[in-house]
Write a protein that binds this ligand. Structure first.
Ligand code: CA2
Length: 146
């Protein structure tokens, strides 16, 4: 609980590194998750990672994290732009929430410029590629040690 960070990824991110490398790079989700686990170890944290293409499954993991995790790092993917339910679930979580987007959503279509999740997040990282997850983890370590 004290050092576990839940890393959540939303719809289609299971395809990371396999399609659209010009937008999302060539690193797979499995590689991102293992990079995060390694960095977490160096930071004195631990990670659990979960990806789903289903909104309800993500909500269930956020609810579970209320009992198990000190913080949440989430890339809600397309649900960022549509889901009040994710905002509500994250609002029930007491620890820090950091939002990650691999691409710079502000340089893309107008419908990607607003994220419901951002209003709940302590911070948002966008456009740093998959490195954004590692930056978020470092920030999470700072937030939890403050
Ligand atoms: O930039 C991001 O991380 C996004 O959250 C990615 C979402 C998009 O809907 C958001 O606006 C921004 C899309 C995830 C799709 O992931 C894919 C990865 C590889 C190939 C195809 C899709």
């Amino acid at each position: 609980m004290a050092n576990l960070i839940t890393i959540l990824n939303g719809p289609n991110l299971n395809l990371l590194g396999q399609r659209e490398p010009e937008k999302y790079g060539t690193t797979t989700l499995a590689e991102v998750e293992s990079q995060c686990a390694a960095l977490a170890g160096e930071l004195g944290l631990a990670t659990e990672a979960f990806q789903s293409n289903h909104e309800g499954a993500l909500l269930d993991r956020i609810h579970a994290a209320r009992e198990t995790s000190a913080g949440i790092i989430i890339n809600p993917a397309a649900y960022s732009h549509t889901s009040v339910a994710l905002f509500d679930a994250l609002s029930s979580f007491e620890g820090p929430v950091l939002e990650v987007h691999i691409s710079n959503i502000h340089r893309r279509e107008a419908f990607r410029h607003h994220s419901y999740v951002s209003a709940r997040a302590e911070g948002v990282i966008a456009g740093f590629g998959t490195e954004g997850y590692l930056l978020a983890l470092r920030r999470m370590a700072s937030l939890l040690s403050a």
